[in-house]
Design a protein around this ligand. Structure first.
Ligand code: B12
Length: 249
């Protein structure tokens, strides 16, 4: 295992010391950042600080210096967002801060995405995502989508208030192997089950793996509804989507 002192950037060292509590996560993040180049650590810090100007400038400079887009995405933007996700999960930061970090990540990704799509890197897989019928909450879904895209997934975003028919049309149109549903209201959670039933009735259940999430959703609820997986946050969502398409986590 690498040492905390092996990470060059002081802000990253402080973030790990101050905000990470689970031993396995501390070990994973120290190992990861200890092998990440200092320039990429600075990009991660821009995301952690929610500084979109800095994320934009540092990403532009790194590309101009010849750094590979994938390295910037994985070692800078996604690595930084990993810490943000944990701080949010542990209630060290809240929605406004997460949105700033998301904006910073987007500012960097704006330079990365065209290069990755032009270079023909195979997407990890395609995911359809939507907030269920009657529900207008999309902050969590959008975070999941951003992390999925950052991890190399192609995502079809159906937005909010998505009816059973809209989910079914999207499965037929896009042939995505994974469908994700989000719900934030106890009154709209049952629409996840209704959508799964509609997918069964349409004869499409074998075509698609279904994952669900949102603050009131639990693993038990997901099991009862017949979903294939439940994720409690955006990090989980990416790991789940990877396991559902058979990619390594
Ligand atoms: C912001 C917010 C709003 C905003 C939504 C803005 C937007 N664009 O999303 C506005 C103001 C519009 C709103 C409206 C309402 N809201 Co509201 N809202 C919230 C609030 C404060 C934060 C939700 C949020 O964004 N959380 C942050 C995100 C990042 O977390 P998340 O959504 O849970 O997502 C994470 C995980 O769940 C997971 N995840 C999410 N989706 C998915 C999907 C998959 C596949 C996977 C794997 C994982 C996953 O990953 C995400 C990232 O980590 C919550 C309170 C709370 N603390 O949850 C209330 C809350 C959800 N709202 C509530 C209510 C009651 C309402 C209204 C009915 C209020 C009203 N009377 O009008 C309306 C309903 C409108 C509608 N029809 O949807 C209640 C719900 C209570 C209940 N038991 O159902 C809550 C809990 C507040 C409360 N304590 O009363 N709301």
């Amino acid at each position: 295992m690498a040492e905390l002192s092996g990470i060059q950037n002081e802000v990253i060292r402080d973030e790990i010391e101050e905000f990470l509590e689970r031993p396995e996560e501390i070990e994973r993040f120290i190992d990861m950042f200890a092998r990440i180049r200092p320039e990429m650590q600075e990009i991660a810090v821009a995301v952690i600080d929610g500084d979109h100007h800095e994320a934009d400038a540092l990403t532009t400079a790194a590309l101009a210096a010849g750094t590979q887009a994938l390295e910037i995405m994985d070692d800078g933007l996604i690595a930084g967002m990993g810490i943000v996700g944990i701080k949010f999960r542990e209630n060290f930061i809240f929605v406004p801060e997460v949105l700033s970090c998301a904006r910073a990540m987007k500012a960097g990704m704006a330079h990365i995405e065209p290069i990755l799509s032009a270079s023909g890197i195979e997407p990890v897989g395609k995911v359809i995502m939507g907030t269920v019928k009657g529900d207008l909450h999309d902050i969590g879904k959008n975070l999941c989508i951003m992390m999925l895209r950052g991890a190399g997934f192609e995502v079809v975003d159906l937005g909010v208030d998505t009816s059973e028919d809209e989910f079914i049309d999207a499965i037929e149109e896009h042939g995505a192997p994974v469908l994700g549903m989000s719900a934030l209201l106890t009154t709209t959670m049952p629409n996840m089950g209704r959508t799964i039933e509609a997918i069964i009735d349409a004869g499409l259940r074998d075509e698609v793996q279904i994952m669900v999430g949102g603050a009131p959703v639990t693993q038990d609820f997901a099991d009862d509804m017949g979903a294939d997986g439940y994720g409690k946050d955006a990090l989980d969502c990416v790991a789940l989507a990877k396991s559902l398409v058979g990619a390594e986590s």
